[in-house]
Ligand binder design. Structure first.
Ligand code: NAG
Ligand code: NAG
Ligand code: NAG
Length: 375
């Protein structure tokens, strides 16, 4: 026992030392190996770090690897909801997952506090309202309503669909599916009467600029909001005259004839927040900034502006009637007229191909659902 004790003590001391020594040795080896690897390919690895950063997000800030899968936190949040249940916050959450810069709050329409909207107060139309403050105040003092209405505003989960005007909507009998959405958004003069089977009968809001507005008063549907989207300063002048029910004076400056009269009460009129034009153009699509002024190919189409609006204000977002099938030159351009696809011209203001790249990202990652698969 008396001999064993020192041996045991020695072992007790030696063992931890061996362990520590081994750990030290192996960590040193590991360390060396790591550094060795690094020093062997210093240039390579710094490149690959830079490459890695660049390869996660694209120039616009969207994830490069897009798929329809739900991130883990979202599948926990939404995975249990049964099919067909509206998922609160879903579109914004999915958008943020592929585009971390996304900040959800952005009111749909301008209200009496519009001057406090920092992001748009310093831009001229169409990207903001600078120089138009007085005329907007005047319009808003008449409309006196700034939301979708009490019923929709109080819903805790809203599903929206943006119905584009594309010929791709024709003969697909999607009307009843479109009508199931809480908010049905239509654009410009796209008709409903005569096309109900394919495009539905419900219109919650119709977003319009002067040249796109329905010209025949009898063609305006009841119960829809007339939502005005301005692309140039002159457009606000037109809206003021429409809200005041004044006879339209001076139509020079419009690129097409405009409606003389909008048969809607001021309380049914809204001004779309111009932030959606700005954000779609410069942030989402990446069109040229051009010092914040309208320039060649830097105006998003109204359809993409409407989708941008919905990402901020709807819990789920779907689209139908978007995109053109370039392989079908004889297909109609619009669902409501016979102008053929082949008539489409390169537009001075829009950049359709860049815009489509953006919309594809939304569809691929299932931020939005595309009922007609045209995007
Ligand atoms: C979803 O269901 C699982 C298993 O039933 C449960 O553990 C989890 O808490 C549920 N998640 C939510 C958000 O309700
Ligand atoms: C849709 O169907 C109608 C009637 O059958 C037909 O005249 C029209 O050409 C079709 N349109 C398209 C785009 O297929
Ligand atoms: C659209 O964008 C692409 C890529 O930035 C550019 O090459 C092209 O000229 C643009 N088209 C128009 C009409 O501005």
């Amino acid at each position: 026992m008396s001999i064993m004790k020192p041996t045991r003590n020695l072992l007790l001391v030696l063992c931890p030392m061996l362990v520590l020594g081994f750990l030290y040795y192996s960590s040193g080896k590991l360390h060396l190996r790591v550094w060795g690897q690094k020093s062997q390919s210093d240039v390579d690895s710094s490149l690959s770090v830079g490459h890695q950063r660049a390869s996660v997000y694209d120039k616009q800030g969207f994830l490069l690897k897009l798929d329809g899968k739900l991130p883990l936190d979202l599948s926990y949040k939404y995975g249990n909801l049964s099919e067909g249940t509206c998922k609160p916050g879903y579109a914004a959450a999915k958008m943020t997952a592929i585009y971390p810069k996304f900040i959800k709050p952005a009111p749909m329409f301008l209200d009496r506090n519009f001057k406090r909207l920092g992001k748009v107060s310093n831009y001229l139309p169409p990207f903001g309202f600078k120089t138009q403050e007085k005329i907007i105040s005047d319009i808003l003092s008449l409309t006196k309503n700034y939301g979708l209405g009490p019923e929709l505003d109080s819903m805790n989960c809203k599903r929206c669909i943006i119905v584009g005007n594309g010929g791709i909507l024709a003969n697909k009998s999607l009307g009843s599916r479109i009508d199931e959405y809480d908010v049905v958004v239509r654009l410009n003069e796209a008709p409903v009467t005569g096309y109900v089977k394919d495009v539905g009968s419900k219109t919650t809001i119709r977003i319009t600029y002067p040249e796109g507005a329905i010209q025949k008063p009898e063609r305006y549907e009841k119960d829809s909001l007339f939502v005005f989207s301005a692309f140039k300063p002159l457009d606000f002048k037109w809206l003021r005259q429409m809200v005041h029910k004044e006879k339209l004076r001076g139509t020079e400056g419009f690129w097409k004839s405009v409606a003389q009269h909008v048969p809607k009460e001021p309380s049914e009129m809204r001004i779309l927040n111009p932030y959606f034009i700005q954000e779609a153009a410069f942030q989402f699509i990446g069109l040229p900034l051009n010092n914040g002024l309208m320039g060649k190919g830097n105006i998003p189409t109204l359809g993409t502006v409407a989708i941008t609006m919905a990402l901020h204000n709807c819990d789920e977002v779907a689209v139908a009637g978007f995109g053109y099938d370039m392989n079908a030159p004889h297909a109609p351009l619009h669902y409501y007229e016979t102008v053929k696809m082949s008539a489409i011209k390169e537009s001075w203001t829009h950049n359709i191909s860049k815009e489509k790249e953006f919309l594809r990202k939304l569809v691929k990652s299932r931020v939005i659902a595309d009922l007609t698969n045209g995007i």
